[in-house]
Write a protein that binds this ligand. Sequence first.
Ligand SMILES: *Cc1c(COP(=O)(O)O)cnc(C)c1O
Length: 398
Amino acid sequence: MRNGTTHLFIPGPTNIPEAVRQAMNVPMQDMRAPDFGELTLPLFAGLKKVFKTDSRVFMFPGSGTGAWEAAISNTLNTGDKVLISRFGQFSHLWVDMCERLGLDVVSLDVEWGEGVPLEDYAKILEADTAHEIRAVFATQNETATGVTSDIAGVREVLDAAGHPALLFVDGVSSIASIDFRMDEWGVDLAVAGSQKGFMMPAGLSMLGVSEKAFEAHKSSRMARCYFSFEDMLKLNDDGYFPYTPPTQLFYGLRKSLELIEEEGLENVFARHNRLATGVRHAVAAWEGCRLCAAEPKWYSDTVSAIIVPEDVDAKDVLSIGYNKYRTSFGAGLARLAGRVFRIGHLGDLNEVMCLAALGSAEMALIEAGAKIELGSGVAAAQAHYTGVDHMALRLAAE
Ligand SMILES: *Cc1c(COP(=O)(O)O)cnc(C)c1O
């Protein structure tokens, strides 16, 4: 029996609003037609608003990983020294890409559950008086651990050291969901993907590029072809692409940008914070469970990675959730496999959807052997969402 709806609470791909799905249901059209720019040019403008930049945002057909590669291969040179830190599977994969593309990588290993180590970055950048480090990398939201880092802080550290390195930011699971300010924070390369905060299918990798990054591009000789800025620059200003673009995704993006604009970007951020706080209250109410994020300053408003009690296998929580309650949670990745399950709470989401996720998680946790109280997390989240202190009311009535 497959009654009712299935529930998707992974941190990407996220739920697609019905309006976005409908918007993509259009016949194919000529991507060289004289009026194609009427569809694409407003998308570039809309993305610049979301990235908060006056510079440029590219759209490459591809997933977020494609924009990682575009950013590196268009602005750096083989053998360039770069500073990066890893504290989860996604920042780890970015380090791996840097190494495979032939960069000279200074990689700081940080406890999984913490984020970009600002003091260490400061020490290294201050000591680098010859300015050998060409780029500094920061994953704004580590999706594997539910940790958000302080990107404005990275900018401060660079400025305090008077260091000219480019600033690369992975914003795949943060841009369009939590505060991101490309220009104000002096971000030079900002990476995003369509299937997370943009509430779309995978297939568009977005890359914000600053003026300074375009300067660096002039002396970048790394091999590139599909992801080259040059080919895009020749055509993008008229709304065209150097190869067949995913037209249906553009229609989806047009609708999703419209929805974001209608709600207001700052309201989108506030909603993500409110929903995430409810989920965190729920986790706090579950005996023996805790967040992977080590301290409140690291808490992510787009994903919660939840460490299960010692005697529980998080893989059981995932399989019971999926098989019995038709709920997908995010798996614990790499070293967190079996220890963690994740609730993605980003994109097209509201309070009741979060309560459904928490209710389902409670049943799966209990059946997997956790000694939590049924309803405890749901009640804690409800208390947060309503803003009413139910316990105080009850005590007052007694
Ligand atoms: C999802 C994600 C990626 C990878 O994106 P793909 O679209 O799967 O290529 C990179 N970084 C972060 C932080 C992510 O959440």
